[in-house]
Design a protein around this ligand. Sequence first.
Ligand SMILES: NC(=O)c1ccc[n+]([C@@H]2O[C@H](COP(=O)([O-])OP(=O)(O)OC[C@H]3O[C@@H](n4cnc5c(N)ncnc54)[C@H](OP(=O)(O)O)[C@@H]3O)[C@@H](O)[C@H]2O)c1
Length: 251
Amino acid sequence: VSEPVVVISGGGTGIGRATARLLALSGSQVLILGRRPETLDRAVQEIEAETRPGAITSMAADVSNPDAVTAVAEHVAATYGTIDAIVNNAGGAGGRPGTSLADIAQSWRDAYEQNVLTAVLLTTALAPYLRRPGGRIVLVSSMSSRSGGAGGPYGSAKAALNGWVLALTAQYAREGITANVVAPGYIPGTELSPTGMPQEILDRIVSRIAAGRVGSADEVAEVIRFLVSPEASWVTSQVIELQGGLLPPNM
Ligand SMILES: NC(=O)c1ccc[n+]([C@@H]2O[C@H](COP(=O)([O-])OP(=O)(O)OC[C@H]3O[C@@H](n4cnc5c(N)ncnc54)[C@H](OP(=O)(O)O)[C@@H]3O)[C@@H](O)[C@H]2O)c1
């Protein structure tokens, strides 16, 4: 049996890197994508040193760019032919919205380009190569899509993924392909959420989490590992919140 092939956007840092590492350690062949070649190279070297030669490779690509995604699809077709999973993890918080309508328009466009278009283009381009049956699509959303935190454009763009997964399911479920969303709460230690948040804000976040702590990129990666596994064949169209339990408002 050949190794499962998993493509992860934004696999050079943070949650994507943790997922790439876990899947490579679990026996998958992982292709990570990102815009910065040196960041990808470093992740490949470090993860390969922990696993085996060829367990992980990278390709530099801006997955919000249709031409770059076409090149990724050509690479995937030539290198693997068939792939097992697409993990759409690339995303970003975008800039702070200004007050002029032009600035506001730009911040909403940026948020949708970074968080929605990235997933739509990569999934659309790579779906023809997904194993049938058995293919897996994962979208990385955020608890901001449900709580409204982190500002309008980012949370709304992530919410678009929660809606799009229903259309993906309708499109692919009969071919034995699942599509699911993970919606993490605050995960420190990534480029998007570096450690070192002011203690007062961190305390406020943790005070609302039933588990009494924040989550980790490895804990998100474990859920993605399950969702892309053959065992997750009856899980589709779900938005899985990874947030340690929310306390009721009166507690
Ligand atoms: N950390 C949290 O608290 C948290 C919570 C909920 C959801 N999330 C989501 O989790 C995902 C991963 O974020 P993270 O926290 O791990 O932050 P991160 O370290 O900033 O990871 C984002 C990754 O995506 C890549 N990327 C961004 N835009 C891209 C593009 N257009 N094309 C290709 N690659 C792109 C970045 O690399 P390059 O810059 O080199 O392209 C980077 O490696 C994001 O979708 C984020 O919204 C994070």
